[in-house]
Design a protein around this ligand. Structure first.
Ligand code: VGL
Ligand code: ZN
Length: 245
């Protein structure tokens, strides 16, 4: 091979430009079978947010069509070497539950010491079937599960930082220590936990993508439009699964 065009040149050639974003496929990666797409490079992590029974139809805080993402997530995840799951994980009587606030109903707001909080139906209580991952998820190579929302008095939509905005989960350090510089975020719900996780990924200096067809939203009072705008303001790129490269 011509020395001027070593592996570096080859790596650059494999970049795929998507709507101004650059998503990398691993340099020299060859798909296992010709119809499969190439592997995503090792510096990019897939963060699969809260694909749990309570957020799927039949669950206690069902996201409309939440289960439709499962096969999309499985297909995407097969191309990643680094996969992290987040898992919403609340004790009974969690302060984000309307049932913990006499006179309040689900989807009303309250003021918490850390700011406004939407009140939710009880969901994802540890030891409940609703907190388990959807049984169709098929990502055996996922390496880490970050649980969040386990402190009774503080919620955590983000996989990186609790709602008090002071208590990190450790995910940022985990990714940095492993040389991860880019994050692709999928899961439930687009306008809550995906949104906050993607925003925090960007704030932590990761180049961040949200795959919109691998997410579904709750959409409370315009929360979905606001989420996309807030993510865009932080440089988060909105892409479709077919655009991953
Ligand atoms: C979520 C509301 C409450 C989410 C979690 O995963 O988006 N939403 N807890
Ligand atoms: Zn929750």
């Amino acid at each position: 091979m011509d020395k001027r065009f070593g592996t570096r040149h080859f790596a650059v050639d494999r970049r795929v430009l998507i709507a101004g974003a650059t998503v990398l496929t691993a340099a020299g990666a060859v798909p296992a079978r010709s119809q499969e797409r190439p592997m995503i490079d090792n510096a990019t992590a897939l963060i699969v947010v809260d694909v749990q029974n309570d957020f799927c139809p039949g669950g206690r805080l069902a996201v409309p069509k939440g289960d439709e993402i499962v096969s999309v997530v499985n297909a995407i995840a097969r191309r990643f070497q680094n996969v992290v799951f987040t898992q919403d994980w609340h004790p009974e009587g969690h302060s984000s539950f309307a049932s913990s606030h006499p006179g309040k109903k689900p989807f009303e707001m309250v003021q918490m010491p850390y700011g406004p909080q939407v009140l939710w139906p009880d969901h994802c209580t540890w030891d409940s079937a609703g907190a388990e991952f959807h049984e169709g998820l098929d990502v055996p190579h996922a390496q880490t599960i970050v649980r969040k929302g386990y402190r009774k008095e503080v919620d955590s939509y983000s996989g990186f930082m609790e709602a008090d905005r002071r208590t990190p989960t450790g995910l940022s350090g985990y990714l940095k220590e492993r040389g991860v510089t880019r994050a692709v975020v999928v899961g439930l719900a687009t306008d809550f936990c995906v949104n906050w996780t993607a925003q925090d990924a960007a704030r932590n200096g990761l180049q961040t993508f949200v795959v919109e067809d691998a997410c579904r939203a709750i959409d409370l009072n315009g929360s979905l439009d606001k989420a996309w705008a807030d993510m865009a303001a932080l440089g988060v790129k909105r892409i479709k699964a077919g655009e991953l490269g």
